[in-house]
Design a protein around this ligand. Structure first.
Ligand SMILES: C/C1=C2N=C(/C=C3N=C(/C(C)=C4\N[C@@](C)([C@@H]5N=C1[C@](C)(CCC(=O)O)[C@H]5CC(=O)O)[C@@](C)(CC(=O)O)[C@@H]4CCC(=O)O)[C@@](C)(CC(=O)O)[C@@H]\3CCC(=O)O)C(C)(C)[C@@H]/2CCC(=O)O
Length: 203
């Protein structure tokens, strides 16, 4: 995708690259890590993001081919402006499913979304650990085959465990190592894949 980059963003990347070394990362991983550091203005994220280059390429190919892109919460979707996004919380019947099955609404949204998009979608989980855990349960049951899961829920309850389970699952994934994550991080990772243009990287 070709986009117009604001001069402030160009200057931000210049400063960021003078503060941290991104050369060790493979191209798409670098694009994701850089976008996250740019979003947070915090170079310590270079040691936080765990990504697999082949998984990122598969996710990017899927996005460019028009695969569904589904986030857990609206905040993550709001940060992705370059293409259509569906939000788990907005699937019809979420509140009822959450109440009747004793799930969070975030997890119920994933269950309903996966029933509609069982194969080939890209999933971006920025907020709710229970949403990521539900995706893993569905994949384990053979009910979900994602092209990529950007699994970066944030918080002190369940976030670390759900992300560790994502890494153990062998599913194509991006995650973070600690409690850190959030809707802005999920959006940044997806935007990095959407903006990236071969062969020179995303800028
Ligand atoms: C336990 C939950 C957590 N939420 C966190 C942080 C933030 N959440 C915001 C908002 C506005 C929303 N969070 C919900 C997803 C809501 N948050 C939860 C749940 C209770 C359970 C999720 C889980 O444990 O997996 C969840 C409700 C649910 O039934 O799923 C939200 C849907 C609540 C609502 O408005 O009804 C809502 C999402 C709105 C949207 O669509 O965008 C915050 C903005 C709150 C704030 O700080 O004011 C914030 C955003 C953080 C971010 O960057 O993404 C935690 C800390 C992640 C926490 C989970 C872990 C923990 O340690 O508690």
């Amino acid at each position: 995708m070709r986009r117009t980059v604001h001069p402030i963003e160009t200057e931000s990347y210049r400063i960021m690259r003078s503060r941290a070394d991104f050369d060790r990362f493979e191209p798409l991983t670098r694009a994701v890590v850089e976008r996250v550091v740019h979003t947070t203005a915090d170079p310590s994220w270079t040691g936080e993001v765990v990504a697999d280059e082949a998984a990122l390429r598969q996710g990017r190919d899927a996005l460019l081919a028009g695969a569904p892109l589904i986030t857990d919460v609206r905040m993550a979707a709001s940060g992705i402006t370059a293409r259509e996004v569906r939000v788990g919380l907005d699937f019809p019947g979420v509140a009822d499913a959450a109440a009747s099955e004793e799930l969070t609404r975030s997890a119920a949204g994933m269950r309903l979304a996966a029933a509609e998009h069982p194969r080939g979608a890209v999933w971006a989980i920025g907020n709710a650990p229970t949403a990521l855990t539900e995706l893993l349960r569905l994949a384990e049951n053979g009910e979900l085959e994602p092209a990529l899961i950007v699994g970066v829920p944030v918080g002190f309850v369940g976030a670390v465990d759900s992300k560790a389970a994502l890494r153990r699952s062998g599913l194509p994934a991006v995650s973070t190592l600690t409690e850190r994550g959030g809707a802005a991080i999920a959006a940044a990772a997806i935007n990095a894949l959407l903006y990236w243009a071969e062969p020179g990287g995303n800028r």
